[in-house]
Design a protein around this ligand. Structure first.
Ligand SMILES: Nc1ncnc2c1ncn2[C@@H]1O[C@H](COP(=O)(O)OP(=O)(O)OP(=O)(O)O)[C@@H](O)[C@H]1O
Ligand SMILES: CC(=O)C(=O)O
Ligand SMILES: [K+]
Ligand SMILES: [Mg+2]
Length: 584
């Protein structure tokens, strides 16, 4: 058994397990890592250490969770890289082989994971259907549940070659209802009287009672105010205040979901009393952020961002806590303040989300489409990925087909060339998560195909973003390469990038052809998976572009993903250059 073991470390360096052999090259191991591998009948996990003084890495062979006697004492030896040392997922590979470059999907897809999708097979089904990023919402579920989902996504990536990134979304401290004492929803009927209370209740809650998370609630509201649940899905009128209890009459009936957001309005405008002073990141959020850092999530999305300051604060916190981590911070634009400070917030962030659910509760609904367009545009100008989120396919929580209006809404976000579209309830707790994802995918593909059929190049005038001279050179190279790619109708752009920056600059140009982005770390590869038009590959490359290109061509040709004669433009941040060539 041991002679033929092949181990893949997280960085995909290759090692062979040699039984009872001197530990020759400890420095080749990356870091303290645990490598789960599966061989017939046995599941093996290996602990390796990069410390040269450390005794040979311990190998523990387990079967059904129990150690197998006589199987310790393996050591590791490096194996030269071979043909398969390029990493891409099987779905992309099959798509490239079958349909060619041009038809690959450019718009990325984010799925909120919930009870409907947290199983390994369900997560795998989403990955097969095109999920690029898995989102976990810290408003719901327990820490153990979140950890399990993260582990499953990791396993999927390791075992199947996907680069599904993990996004953790904070709860934020705006006003919301409690968890309904465990009920999945509560129905409010026309004329019903409900009590909204800041008291701490034991479960079960008294009938027609909703707990509210914000202590100042009962003082801030006034009799006559209109109380909106989830941005108006259900409406109440405040009729009486009795200490911590606020009695309300339902004026617009509907279904209330656990932890639904609450806003109150007076004389037609949103009331922001002391709740305007609530911190963007609550003490619970900080604990969740610590959890996210410890678990090494790829993105942390911050709810109800009001200013750039909170983003800067969080970024320095992350940097201090985890020296090598590259967790990206996504600003959720879902409040009046975030719209006021839009540019500086986006400049400070690594990306943004148009969180239309709460945004639509804070500004009049008819303002939301313009806000969306504006946020998408600003993000594009400042070279930050942008996600359009919430209610894209809301009816598919219950029904297997979307409404025409929903399809039109998805199309509009694709037409705006947002980087990514997001499913919320549709994938978290809906009845048709895979069907909903399939709709996002097919609508994206259809719109993108129209652009090609009509030869409609992207025409947005892009302002300069680079600050240093070197950055400006990279930017000019990418702008020119994208333009050349459109004019010469090349098959693909190749970009070799250490940090991912050069790939994002190409993506920003929204070229007609797909962008093959080669990076040497799995983490950069996952981050690139949120950006428009990028097909992220993991590949170790050198400073010699000639040899990088030859290596890539032969690896991709061997796997049938490109063929002789394909026209390619290559750029890199190693050697600032543009090369145009046919695949030999
Ligand atoms: N981990 C989870 N466990 C249980 N239900 C969940 C979970 N995640 C999401 N849901 C359900 O899916 C619905 C939609 O998810 P979504 O992430 O959009 O949350 P939300 O409550 O609308 O808040 P947000 O404004 O943060 O998006 C939730 O209202 C909840 O009912
Ligand atoms: C996604 C989210 O937080 C919202 O739409 O409100
Ligand atoms: K949230
Ligand atoms: Mg929200």
């Amino acid at each position: 058994m041991s002679q033929s073991l092949r181990l893949f470390t997280p960085s995909q360096s290759r090692y062979l397990a040699l039984p009872k052999h001197p530990y020759s090259k400890p420095s080749l191991l990356n870091s303290d890592c645990c490598i789960p591998i599966v061989v017939p009948r046995h599941s093996i996990s290996i602990r390796a250490s990069s410390d040269p003084n450390y005794s040979p890495p311990q190998v523990l062979v387990t079967e059904n969770g129990k150690g197998v006697p006589g199987t310790t004492g393996f050591t590791l030896a490096a194996v030269p890289a071979t043909d398969s040392s390029i990493e891409v997922d099987t779905v992309t590979e099959a798509e490239l082989k079958e349909n060619g470059f041009r038809s690959t999907r450019r718009t990325k897809l984010v799925c909120t994971i919930g009870p409907a999708t947290c199983g390994f097979e369900q997560l795998e089904a989403l990955a097969v259907s095109g999920m690029n990023v898995a989102r976990i919402n810290m408003c719901h579920g327990t820490r153990e549940w979140h950890r399990l989902v993260i582990q499953r996504v990791r396993r999927l990536n390791e075992e199947k070659g996907y680069a599904v990134a993990i996004m953790m979304d904070t709860e934020g401290s705006e006003i919301h209802m409690g968890d309904l004492g465990g009920a999945s929803s509560a129905k409010a009927e026309d004329g019903d009287i409900w009590t909204f209370s800041v008291r701490a209740f034991d479960t079960p809650l008294p009938e027609h009672t909703i707990s509210v998370n914000y202590d100042g609630f009962a003082e801030d509201v006034s009799v006559g105010d209109e109380l909106l649940v989830d941005g108006g899905m259900v409406r109440f009128e405040v009729i009486e205040k009795i200490g911590p209890d606020v009695k309300c009459r339902c004026t617009d009936p509907g279904l209330m979901l656990p932890r639904a957001n609450l806003t109150f309005w007076r004389d037609g405008s949103l009331v922001r009393e002391r709740n305007a002073m609530l911190p963007t990141i609550s003490s619970k959020d900080w604990l969740d952020i610590d959890f996210g850092i410890a678990e090494g999530v790829d993105f942390i999305a911050i709810s109800f961002v009001k200013s750039a300051e909170v983003i800067n604060h969080l970024k320095s916190y992350i940097a201090a806590r985890s020296r090598d981590s590259d967790i990206a911070v996504i600003a959720k634009i879902e409040s009046v303040d975030s719209l006021k400070n839009l540019e500086e917030i986006i400049r400070a962030s690594d990306g943004a989300m148009v969180a239309r659910g709460d945004l639509g509760a804070q500004i009049p609904l008819e303002h939301v489409p313009y806000a969306q367009q504006k946020i998408v545009q600003v993000c594009r100008q400042l070279n930050r990925p942008v996600i359009v989120a919430s209610q894209l396919l809301e009816s598919m929580i219950e029904y297997p087909t979307p409404t025409r209006a929903e399809v039109a809404d998805v199309s509009e976000a694709v037409r705006q060339r947002a980087d990514a579209l997001m499913l919320s309830g549709e994938s978290a707790m809906g009845q048709f998560p895979e069907k909903a994802l399939a709709v996002l995918r097919s609508v994206s593909l259809r719109i993108e195909k129209w652009w090609r059929e009509e030869k409609r190049h992207e025409s947005m005038e892009l302002q300069e973003v680079g600050s240093s001279f070197r950055d400006r050179i990279s930017e000019e190279i990418c702008n020119s390469a994208a333009k050349m790619a459109n004019n010469l109708e090349v098959d693909a752009l190749f970009v070799y990038t250490k940090t991912g920056h050069m790939a994002s600059l190409l993506s920003r140009c929204r070229p007609d052809c797909p962008i093959f982005a080669f990076s040497s770390t799995a983490s950069v590869r996952r981050h690139l998976n949120l950006q428009w038009g990028l097909i992220p590959f993991r590949l170790s490359f050198s400073d010699d572009m000639e040899s990088n290109l030859n290596k890539t061509f032969s690896l991709l040709k061997a796997r049938g993903m490109i063929k002789s004669g394909d026209l390619v433009i290559a750029v890199s941040d190693i050697l600032q250059s543009i090369q145009v060539m046919n695949v030999p």
